[in-house]
Write a protein that binds this ligand. Sequence first.
Ligand SMILES: Nc1ncnc2c1ncn2[C@@H]1O[C@H](COP(=O)(O)OP(=O)(O)O)[C@@H](O)[C@H]1O
Ligand SMILES: [Mg+2]
Length: 397
Amino acid sequence: MVKTRLESIIRKKERLVVGLMSGTSVDSIDAVLVHFTGSGPSVAFRQLAFHTHIYPKGYKDYVLKNSLPGGGTVESLSSLNILSAHFFADAARSLAKKAGIPLSSIDLIGSHGQTVHHLPEERTMFGKKIRSTLQLGDPSTIAKLTGIVTVGNFRMGDMALGGQGAPLVPYFDLLAFRSATKNRLLLNIGGIANATLLKKNCTARDVVAFDTGPGNMLIDGLMKRFYSQPFDQNGMIAQSGNIEPLLLKYLMSHPYLQKTLPKSTGRELFGDHFINKILNVFKGLRKPDIIATVTEFTALSIYDQYLRFLRKRLKGDILSELVISGGGSRNTVLVDSLRRNFDGTMILMSDDLGVPSASKEALCFAVLANETVCGNPSNIPGVTGALRQTILGSISA
Ligand SMILES: Nc1ncnc2c1ncn2[C@@H]1O[C@H](COP(=O)(O)OP(=O)(O)O)[C@@H](O)[C@H]1O
Ligand SMILES: [Mg+2]
């Protein structure tokens, strides 16, 4: 039965796939319904519906607490793995309702899961060299609750082959944004910011991509401490503050910026521990000035990483476009600073190129799930550092 179901999904010429994403911001689940024909280089996809699934009050704080070293117990993490899957299943259900289709007409779910920890650097334990990452939201539970074949745990396969397991979005970027005439830098500003450089006419081998450092993570963390707000709405607080040069200099000396590629990061480096450190070293600064300075740092670190690791790849050619997506694209102070720094480059929102900013990452995991069931590899070894290309994810039916 299961075998024939999987076989029929694989054989189909067209598929309806749901992509589910909850990023390190833990703000909501982004759920997208996508129509696919084919797979691999000849794939074509179209977004049919999008839904933002809001978490219950207190859930974000609970996840963040459980993401801290020493913050979670095995009991809470075990429960959260299943609870999170329930929310992902609810998101798929609400999306189907919004789209006016029965759940049974959906062929496949691709679920990123909720990252609670990411340890991409190799460490030796009991004689074994390992890298690890933990995304909660058990795919098997999602499959049982929805009745839809679900692909999850996308990052582990790449890590098993020596990769960082991240970023995975560049595979999607290449499909959606490659241009024959323009050098494009894709920038997703979620909790963490990641950049993908697509030179004109590039192939997967030419793609350079990595996490540049914090996206909204520092701004959100400090807004919570100072004002009990989840984020700086449209950058209004940053707008009212002044940049503190000494704090900015301190932030720009963060060792992650010097780290060579491949690299990826998360809350481990730019979460609460780092915020405590900043507030310890810089006492007595005005709150809006601190928000203004970390906002400037967020933009400046992105530009710094472009200068350090990407500009030389253009070999003197110009960067034609910077294409921004993710929630940070709504922080006008952040975007204005990027505009100033990337002077001479056209600044676009991914929406301008047909990919809605809010659904980009969810779309990516629909694409990756589609590739997985079709037996296509979807990591880019030059990006993650893995030994070779490989099929990602585990399939639950
Ligand atoms: N109107 C807005 N003004 C400023 N920041 C915003 C706004 N809307 C969303 N954001 C930021 O975007 C974040 C969510 O972005 P998202 O792309 O979903 O990140 P993630 O992938 O980490 O979940 C919020 O936590 C917030 O920092
Ligand atoms: Mg989000």
